[in-house]
Ligand binder design. Sequence first.
Ligand code: HAM
Length: 423
Amino acid sequence: MERRQFRAPRGIRDVLPEEIPAWRLLEDTARRLALLRGYREIRPALLEEVELFTRSVGEVTDIVQKEMFTLQKGDSVLALRPEGTAGIVRAYLEAGYAQAAPLQRLFHIGPMFRYERPQKGRERMFTQFDVEVVGSLDPRLDAEIIHLAASFFEALGLTGLEVRVNSMGDGDDRARWREALREFLRPTIAEHCELCRERFERNVLRVLDCKNPRCKELNAGAPTILGFLSEANRAHFESVQKLLVGLARTVVVDAGIVRGLDYYTRTVFEIHAPALGARSALCGGGRYDHLVHELGGPELGAVGFAVGFTGTLLVLRELGLLGAVRERSVEVFVASAGEGLDEEVFRLAEELRAAGLSTVYDVEARSLKAQMKLAGKAEHAFAVVLGGDELQRGTVQLKDLAKGEQRELARAELVATLRATQA
Ligand code: HAM
Protein backbone atom coordinates (compact mmCIF):
# COMPACT_ATOMS: atom_id res chain seq x y z
CA MET A 1 0.00 0.00 0.00
CA GLU A 2 1.26 3.48 -0.84
CA ARG A 3 2.56 5.52 2.10
CA ARG A 4 0.50 8.56 2.85
CA GLN A 5 0.40 11.29 5.42
CA PHE A 6 -2.88 11.89 7.19
CA ARG A 7 -4.49 15.19 8.11
CA ALA A 8 -7.11 15.77 10.77
CA PRO A 9 -10.63 15.67 9.27
CA ARG A 10 -11.96 18.96 7.89
CA GLY A 11 -13.03 21.38 10.61
CA ILE A 12 -11.20 19.40 13.31
CA ARG A 13 -8.04 20.77 14.84
CA ASP A 14 -5.42 19.56 17.27
CA VAL A 15 -4.48 21.76 20.16
CA LEU A 16 -0.69 21.71 20.08
CA PRO A 17 1.55 22.23 23.13
CA GLU A 18 2.30 25.81 22.01
CA GLU A 19 -1.42 26.64 22.34
CA ILE A 20 -1.96 24.91 25.67
CA PRO A 21 -1.07 27.93 27.86
CA ALA A 22 -3.88 29.95 26.21
CA TRP A 23 -6.29 27.02 26.61
CA ARG A 24 -5.29 26.61 30.25
CA LEU A 25 -5.95 30.30 30.78
CA LEU A 26 -9.52 29.86 29.51
CA GLU A 27 -10.08 26.63 31.44
CA ASP A 28 -8.63 27.99 34.67
CA THR A 29 -10.63 31.22 34.39
CA ALA A 30 -13.84 29.29 33.70
CA ARG A 31 -13.26 26.90 36.58
CA ARG A 32 -12.32 29.65 39.03
CA LEU A 33 -15.39 31.77 38.27
CA ALA A 34 -17.74 28.78 38.39
CA LEU A 35 -16.37 27.35 41.66
CA LEU A 36 -16.55 30.80 43.26
CA ARG A 37 -20.29 30.73 42.67
CA GLY A 38 -20.84 27.21 43.96
CA TYR A 39 -21.03 25.42 40.59
CA ARG A 40 -19.78 21.85 40.63
CA GLU A 41 -18.02 20.25 37.71
CA ILE A 42 -19.80 17.52 35.79
CA ARG A 43 -18.39 15.48 32.91
CA PRO A 44 -21.33 14.08 30.98
CA ALA A 45 -21.15 11.44 28.28
CA LEU A 46 -19.67 12.28 24.90
CA LEU A 47 -22.09 9.97 23.10
CA GLU A 48 -25.83 10.02 23.66
CA GLU A 49 -28.88 8.48 22.03
CA VAL A 50 -29.81 10.58 19.00
CA GLU A 51 -33.34 10.85 20.34
CA LEU A 52 -32.12 12.84 23.34
CA PHE A 53 -31.19 15.66 20.96
CA THR A 54 -34.21 15.39 18.66
CA ARG A 55 -36.42 15.76 21.74
CA SER A 56 -34.53 18.58 23.44
CA VAL A 57 -32.76 20.64 20.79
CA GLY A 58 -35.67 19.93 18.45
CA GLU A 59 -36.29 17.84 15.36
CA VAL A 60 -36.64 20.85 13.05
CA THR A 61 -33.38 22.65 13.91
CA ASP A 62 -30.09 23.07 12.06
CA ILE A 63 -28.27 21.10 14.74
CA VAL A 64 -30.51 18.04 14.43
CA GLN A 65 -31.38 18.26 10.73
CA LYS A 66 -27.93 19.03 9.38
CA GLU A 67 -25.17 18.95 11.93
CA MET A 68 -25.14 15.82 14.07
CA PHE A 69 -22.39 13.25 13.77
CA THR A 70 -24.24 10.00 14.25
CA LEU A 71 -23.16 6.41 14.37
CA GLN A 72 -25.03 3.18 14.42
CA LYS A 73 -23.89 0.25 16.51
CA GLY A 74 -26.14 -2.74 16.82
CA ASP A 75 -29.63 -1.49 17.58
CA SER A 76 -28.67 1.92 18.89
CA VAL A 77 -28.16 5.14 16.97
CA LEU A 78 -25.83 7.40 18.90
CA ALA A 79 -24.67 10.96 18.32
CA LEU A 80 -21.51 12.75 19.33
CA ARG A 81 -22.99 15.46 21.52
CA PRO A 82 -23.58 18.66 19.51
CA GLU A 83 -24.21 20.63 22.72
CA GLY A 84 -24.05 20.07 26.45
CA THR A 85 -27.41 20.99 27.98
CA ALA A 86 -29.39 17.91 26.94
CA GLY A 87 -26.73 15.52 28.26
CA ILE A 88 -26.39 17.42 31.54
CA VAL A 89 -30.16 17.29 32.13
CA ARG A 90 -30.16 13.59 31.22
CA ALA A 91 -27.32 12.98 33.71
CA TYR A 92 -29.09 15.12 36.36
CA LEU A 93 -32.20 12.96 36.10
CA GLU A 94 -30.27 9.71 35.92
CA ALA A 95 -28.32 10.64 39.06
CA GLY A 96 -31.60 11.17 40.94
CA TYR A 97 -30.91 14.85 41.74
CA ALA A 98 -34.49 15.80 40.87
CA GLN A 99 -35.62 14.04 44.05
CA ALA A 100 -32.52 14.17 46.26
CA ALA A 101 -31.32 17.76 45.73
CA PRO A 102 -33.21 19.48 42.91
CA LEU A 103 -31.22 22.71 42.87
CA GLN A 104 -27.94 21.96 41.14
CA ARG A 105 -25.38 24.45 39.87
CA LEU A 106 -23.27 22.55 37.34
CA PHE A 107 -20.53 23.30 34.84
CA HIS A 108 -18.65 21.41 32.22
CA ILE A 109 -15.74 22.10 29.88
CA GLY A 110 -15.37 19.78 26.93
CA PRO A 111 -15.63 19.11 23.21
CA MET A 112 -18.83 19.27 21.17
CA PHE A 113 -19.34 18.17 17.55
CA ARG A 114 -21.36 19.79 14.78
CA TYR A 115 -21.09 19.15 11.07
CA GLU A 116 -20.99 22.83 10.14
CA ARG A 117 -19.25 24.54 7.25
CA PRO A 118 -15.87 25.42 8.81
CA GLN A 119 -15.25 29.17 8.83
CA LYS A 120 -13.83 31.86 11.04
CA GLY A 121 -14.63 30.83 14.62
CA ARG A 122 -16.63 27.76 13.55
CA GLU A 123 -15.29 24.24 13.70
CA ARG A 124 -16.71 20.73 13.61
CA MET A 125 -15.12 19.84 16.92
CA PHE A 126 -15.09 22.72 19.36
CA THR A 127 -14.89 23.21 23.08
CA GLN A 128 -17.58 24.77 25.22
CA PHE A 129 -17.63 26.03 28.77
CA ASP A 130 -21.16 25.05 29.66
CA VAL A 131 -22.90 26.30 32.80
CA GLU A 132 -26.34 25.21 34.00
CA VAL A 133 -28.52 25.82 37.06
CA VAL A 134 -31.29 23.26 37.24
CA GLY A 135 -34.16 23.36 39.71
CA SER A 136 -35.48 26.91 40.01
CA LEU A 137 -37.52 29.61 38.29
CA ASP A 138 -35.94 32.46 40.27
CA PRO A 139 -35.02 35.39 37.98
CA ARG A 140 -31.89 35.99 40.07
CA LEU A 141 -30.48 32.86 38.47
CA ASP A 142 -31.03 34.26 34.97
CA ALA A 143 -29.11 37.36 36.07
CA GLU A 144 -26.44 35.26 37.80
CA ILE A 145 -25.91 33.23 34.63
CA ILE A 146 -25.71 36.27 32.34
CA HIS A 147 -23.39 38.04 34.76
CA LEU A 148 -21.16 34.96 35.01
CA ALA A 149 -20.92 34.68 31.23
CA ALA A 150 -19.97 38.34 30.86
CA SER A 151 -17.55 38.13 33.81
CA PHE A 152 -15.73 35.26 32.09
CA PHE A 153 -14.87 37.49 29.14
CA GLU A 154 -14.01 40.43 31.35
CA ALA A 155 -11.66 38.29 33.46
CA LEU A 156 -9.81 37.52 30.22
CA GLY A 157 -9.46 41.22 29.50
CA LEU A 158 -12.14 41.46 26.81
CA THR A 159 -14.11 44.65 26.69
CA GLY A 160 -16.51 46.10 24.15
CA LEU A 161 -18.65 42.99 24.06
CA GLU A 162 -22.41 43.30 23.71
CA VAL A 163 -24.75 41.46 26.03
CA ARG A 164 -28.03 41.05 24.14
CA VAL A 165 -31.12 39.75 25.90
CA ASN A 166 -34.60 38.76 24.83
CA SER A 167 -37.54 36.77 26.08
CA MET A 168 -38.94 33.85 24.12
CA GLY A 169 -42.14 33.84 26.15
CA ASP A 170 -43.74 30.60 27.14
CA GLY A 171 -47.08 28.80 26.81
CA ASP A 172 -49.90 31.03 25.54
CA ASP A 173 -47.87 34.07 24.62
CA ARG A 174 -45.49 31.94 22.59
CA ALA A 175 -48.48 30.33 20.83
CA ARG A 176 -49.95 33.74 19.94
CA TRP A 177 -46.57 34.94 18.66
CA ARG A 178 -46.18 31.80 16.56
CA GLU A 179 -49.59 32.39 15.03
CA ALA A 180 -48.72 36.03 14.22
CA LEU A 181 -45.49 34.87 12.65
CA ARG A 182 -47.31 32.41 10.44
CA GLU A 183 -49.71 35.14 9.34
CA PHE A 184 -46.77 37.39 8.53
CA LEU A 185 -44.89 34.73 6.56
CA ARG A 186 -47.82 33.15 4.77
CA PRO A 187 -47.99 35.61 1.82
CA THR A 188 -44.29 35.14 0.96
CA ILE A 189 -43.63 31.59 2.06
CA ALA A 190 -43.63 30.30 -1.51
CA GLU A 191 -40.60 32.51 -2.17
CA HIS A 192 -38.61 31.02 0.75
CA CYS A 193 -36.14 28.16 0.42
CA GLU A 194 -37.38 24.59 0.66
CA LEU A 195 -36.19 24.16 4.26
CA CYS A 196 -38.06 27.30 5.35
CA ARG A 197 -41.22 26.04 3.66
CA GLU A 198 -40.92 22.80 5.61
CA ARG A 199 -40.22 24.69 8.84
CA PHE A 200 -43.19 26.98 8.23
CA GLU A 201 -45.38 23.90 8.52
CA ARG A 202 -43.55 22.09 11.30
CA ASN A 203 -41.91 24.72 13.54
CA VAL A 204 -42.40 28.25 12.31
CA LEU A 205 -39.92 29.86 14.76
CA ARG A 206 -37.05 28.06 13.07
CA VAL A 207 -37.78 29.88 9.79
CA LEU A 208 -36.07 32.79 11.53
CA ASP A 209 -32.77 30.84 11.76
CA CYS A 210 -32.34 30.68 7.98
CA LYS A 211 -29.04 32.15 6.73
CA ASN A 212 -30.18 32.32 3.08
CA PRO A 213 -30.00 36.04 2.06
CA ARG A 214 -33.34 35.98 0.22
CA CYS A 215 -35.11 34.33 3.18
CA LYS A 216 -33.52 36.82 5.58
CA GLU A 217 -34.85 39.64 3.43
CA LEU A 218 -38.35 38.14 3.50
CA ASN A 219 -38.12 37.68 7.28
CA ALA A 220 -37.30 41.33 7.90
CA GLY A 221 -40.04 43.07 9.87
CA ALA A 222 -41.47 39.82 11.27
CA PRO A 223 -43.44 40.33 14.50
CA THR A 224 -41.34 39.87 17.62
CA ILE A 225 -42.35 38.21 20.85
CA LEU A 226 -42.21 41.44 22.80
CA GLY A 227 -45.66 42.48 21.64
CA PHE A 228 -47.15 39.23 22.94
CA LEU A 229 -45.50 38.63 26.32
CA SER A 230 -47.86 37.76 29.15
CA GLU A 231 -47.89 39.91 32.29
CA ALA A 232 -45.94 37.31 34.28
CA ASN A 233 -43.33 36.73 31.58
CA ARG A 234 -42.87 40.46 31.05
CA ALA A 235 -42.39 40.92 34.80
CA HIS A 236 -39.80 38.11 34.84
CA PHE A 237 -37.92 39.67 31.92
CA GLU A 238 -37.96 43.10 33.54
CA SER A 239 -36.80 41.68 36.81
CA VAL A 240 -33.79 40.02 35.14
CA GLN A 241 -32.84 43.30 33.47
CA LYS A 242 -33.25 45.24 36.71
CA LEU A 243 -30.99 42.79 38.57
CA LEU A 244 -28.33 43.20 35.88
CA VAL A 245 -28.57 46.98 35.95
CA GLY A 246 -28.12 46.67 39.71
CA LEU A 247 -24.75 45.03 39.00
CA ALA A 248 -23.87 47.96 36.73
CA ARG A 249 -24.13 45.72 33.70
CA THR A 250 -25.30 47.13 30.39
CA VAL A 251 -27.61 44.89 28.40
CA VAL A 252 -29.36 45.56 25.13
CA VAL A 253 -32.80 44.11 24.42
CA ASP A 254 -32.57 42.47 21.01
CA ALA A 255 -35.91 41.01 19.94
CA GLY A 256 -34.13 39.31 17.03
CA ILE A 257 -32.55 36.71 19.32
CA VAL A 258 -34.50 33.48 18.89
CA ARG A 259 -31.56 31.06 19.43
CA GLY A 260 -31.37 27.96 17.26
CA LEU A 261 -32.53 25.40 19.81
CA ASP A 262 -36.13 24.60 20.70
CA TYR A 263 -35.84 24.14 24.47
CA TYR A 264 -35.69 27.81 25.37
CA THR A 265 -38.43 29.59 27.32
CA ARG A 266 -38.48 33.20 28.54
CA THR A 267 -35.00 34.70 29.05
CA VAL A 268 -32.50 34.15 26.24
CA PHE A 269 -29.24 35.97 25.70
CA GLU A 270 -26.11 36.13 23.59
CA ILE A 271 -22.80 37.87 24.04
CA HIS A 272 -21.37 39.19 20.82
CA ALA A 273 -17.92 40.31 19.78
CA PRO A 274 -18.52 42.74 16.92
CA ALA A 275 -14.95 41.94 15.75
CA LEU A 276 -16.13 38.46 14.70
CA GLY A 277 -18.54 39.78 12.07
CA ALA A 278 -21.88 38.23 11.22
CA ARG A 279 -21.46 35.07 13.31
CA SER A 280 -20.21 37.02 16.25
CA ALA A 281 -21.83 35.13 19.14
CA LEU A 282 -19.17 34.06 21.63
CA CYS A 283 -21.76 32.75 23.98
CA GLY A 284 -25.45 31.95 24.11
CA GLY A 285 -27.95 30.66 26.57
CA GLY A 286 -31.17 31.13 28.42
CA ARG A 287 -33.98 29.45 30.35
CA TYR A 288 -35.36 26.07 29.47
CA ASP A 289 -38.13 25.53 31.97
CA HIS A 290 -39.75 22.46 30.38
CA LEU A 291 -36.74 20.39 29.40
CA VAL A 292 -36.43 18.48 32.69
CA HIS A 293 -40.09 17.49 32.37
CA GLU A 294 -39.81 16.69 28.66
CA LEU A 295 -36.98 14.30 29.48
CA GLY A 296 -39.06 12.42 32.02
CA GLY A 297 -38.49 14.43 35.21
CA PRO A 298 -40.69 16.78 37.26
CA GLU A 299 -41.54 20.36 36.24
CA LEU A 300 -38.39 22.23 37.25
CA GLY A 301 -37.02 25.50 35.91
CA ALA A 302 -33.49 25.74 34.58
CA VAL A 303 -31.18 28.28 32.99
CA GLY A 304 -27.70 28.15 31.50
CA PHE A 305 -25.27 29.17 28.80
CA ALA A 306 -22.32 27.92 26.81
CA VAL A 307 -19.23 29.79 25.66
CA GLY A 308 -17.26 28.56 22.66
CA PHE A 309 -13.49 28.57 23.14
CA THR A 310 -12.72 28.87 19.42
CA GLY A 311 -14.32 32.29 19.03
CA THR A 312 -13.04 33.48 22.39
CA LEU A 313 -9.44 32.60 21.52
CA LEU A 314 -9.82 34.23 18.14
CA VAL A 315 -10.94 37.51 19.65
CA LEU A 316 -8.30 37.38 22.39
CA ARG A 317 -5.62 36.81 19.75
CA GLU A 318 -6.93 39.58 17.48
CA LEU A 319 -6.86 42.03 20.35
CA GLY A 320 -3.34 40.96 21.36
CA LEU A 321 -4.50 39.74 24.76
CA LEU A 322 -2.66 36.43 24.59
CA GLY A 323 0.81 37.95 24.31
CA ALA A 324 1.59 37.62 27.99
CA VAL A 325 0.47 33.99 28.25
CA ARG A 326 3.60 31.85 28.30
CA GLU A 327 4.42 28.20 28.53
CA ARG A 328 5.80 27.25 31.90
CA SER A 329 9.32 26.01 31.29
CA VAL A 330 10.95 22.97 32.84
CA GLU A 331 13.15 23.99 35.79
CA VAL A 332 16.19 21.79 35.47
CA PHE A 333 18.26 20.57 32.55
CA VAL A 334 20.76 17.81 33.32
CA ALA A 335 23.76 18.05 31.02
CA SER A 336 26.58 15.56 30.70
CA ALA A 337 30.18 16.65 30.32
CA GLY A 338 31.84 13.62 28.85
CA GLU A 339 31.17 10.15 27.60
CA GLY A 340 29.79 7.12 29.38
CA LEU A 341 27.60 9.14 31.72
CA ASP A 342 24.23 8.34 30.16
CA GLU A 343 23.10 6.13 32.99
CA GLU A 344 24.22 8.59 35.67
CA VAL A 345 22.44 11.48 33.91
CA PHE A 346 19.30 9.40 33.67
CA ARG A 347 19.46 8.43 37.34
CA LEU A 348 20.07 12.00 38.47
CA ALA A 349 17.16 13.32 36.34
CA GLU A 350 14.79 10.76 37.84
CA GLU A 351 16.06 11.60 41.34
CA LEU A 352 15.23 15.28 40.78
CA ARG A 353 11.82 14.41 39.33
CA ALA A 354 11.08 12.20 42.33
CA ALA A 355 11.89 15.23 44.50
CA GLY A 356 9.27 17.27 42.62
CA LEU A 357 11.62 19.27 40.39
CA SER A 358 10.62 19.31 36.72
CA THR A 359 13.62 18.01 34.84
CA VAL A 360 14.77 17.03 31.34
CA TYR A 361 18.12 15.78 30.06
CA ASP A 362 20.03 15.50 26.83
CA VAL A 363 19.49 12.35 24.77
CA GLU A 364 21.19 13.46 21.60
CA ALA A 365 24.83 13.18 22.66
CA ARG A 366 25.42 16.88 22.04
CA SER A 367 28.61 18.65 23.09
CA LEU A 368 28.41 20.36 26.49
CA LYS A 369 28.42 23.73 24.75
CA ALA A 370 25.49 22.74 22.54
CA GLN A 371 23.62 21.36 25.56
CA MET A 372 24.06 24.61 27.49
CA LYS A 373 22.92 26.64 24.49
CA LEU A 374 19.81 24.50 24.24
CA ALA A 375 19.13 24.82 27.96
CA GLY A 376 19.34 28.60 27.71
CA LYS A 377 17.01 28.71 24.73
CA ALA A 378 14.43 26.52 26.44
CA GLU A 379 14.46 28.93 29.39
CA HIS A 380 15.19 26.32 32.02
CA ALA A 381 16.08 27.92 35.34
CA PHE A 382 19.06 25.67 36.08
CA ALA A 383 21.51 23.39 34.36
CA VAL A 384 23.06 20.60 36.41
CA VAL A 385 26.30 19.49 34.79
CA LEU A 386 27.61 16.04 35.52
CA GLY A 387 31.17 15.20 34.47
CA GLY A 388 33.51 12.30 35.14
CA ASP A 389 35.49 14.34 37.72
CA GLU A 390 32.37 15.47 39.51
CA LEU A 391 31.12 11.90 39.58
CA GLN A 392 34.30 10.81 41.34
CA ARG A 393 34.11 13.68 43.81
CA GLY A 394 30.41 13.07 44.47
CA THR A 395 29.56 16.56 43.25
CA VAL A 396 27.77 18.35 40.39
CA GLN A 397 28.09 21.76 38.80
CA LEU A 398 24.97 23.86 39.30
CA LYS A 399 24.46 26.71 36.88
CA ASP A 400 21.85 29.39 37.40
CA LEU A 401 21.00 30.05 33.75
CA ALA A 402 19.38 33.44 34.31
CA LYS A 403 22.31 34.83 36.33
CA GLY A 404 24.99 32.90 34.49
CA GLU A 405 26.57 31.85 37.81
CA GLN A 406 28.02 28.40 38.31
CA ARG A 407 29.28 26.56 41.38
CA GLU A 408 30.18 23.07 42.43
CA LEU A 409 28.25 21.43 45.23
CA ALA A 410 27.86 18.03 46.81
CA ARG A 411 25.35 15.90 45.00
CA ALA A 412 23.67 15.17 48.32
CA GLU A 413 22.89 18.88 48.69
CA LEU A 414 21.49 19.35 45.20
CA VAL A 415 17.82 18.70 45.88
CA ALA A 416 17.71 20.90 48.99
CA THR A 417 19.56 23.71 47.17
CA LEU A 418 17.20 23.63 44.18
CA ARG A 419 14.18 23.46 46.43
CA ALA A 420 15.36 26.47 48.37
CA THR A 421 15.30 28.50 45.15
CA GLN A 422 11.65 27.59 44.64
CA ALA A 423 10.45 28.86 47.99
P1 HAM B 1 -25.19 27.52 21.09
O1 HAM B 1 -25.56 28.94 20.86
O2 HAM B 1 -25.56 26.55 20.05
O3 HAM B 1 -25.86 27.12 22.48
O4 HAM B 1 -23.65 27.42 21.35
C1 HAM B 1 -23.03 28.20 22.36
C2 HAM B 1 -21.72 28.75 21.85
O5 HAM B 1 -20.89 27.69 21.39
C3 HAM B 1 -21.84 29.68 20.66
O6 HAM B 1 -22.12 30.98 21.06
C4 HAM B 1 -20.46 29.57 20.03
O7 HAM B 1 -19.54 30.43 20.70
C5 HAM B 1 -20.06 28.16 20.35
N1 HAM B 1 -20.22 27.33 19.15
C6 HAM B 1 -21.35 26.77 18.67
N2 HAM B 1 -21.09 26.10 17.53
C7 HAM B 1 -19.77 26.23 17.29
C8 HAM B 1 -18.87 25.75 16.28
N3 HAM B 1 -19.29 24.98 15.27
N4 HAM B 1 -17.55 26.10 16.36
C9 HAM B 1 -17.11 26.86 17.38
N5 HAM B 1 -17.90 27.33 18.36
C10 HAM B 1 -19.21 27.01 18.33
C11 HAM B 1 -25.72 25.90 23.07
O8 HAM B 1 -24.94 25.05 22.71
C12 HAM B 1 -26.55 25.75 24.31
N6 HAM B 1 -26.36 24.38 24.82
C13 HAM B 1 -26.17 26.77 25.34
C14 HAM B 1 -26.95 26.66 26.61
C15 HAM B 1 -26.57 26.10 27.76
N7 HAM B 1 -28.19 27.08 26.78
C16 HAM B 1 -28.59 26.80 28.00
N8 HAM B 1 -27.60 26.19 28.61
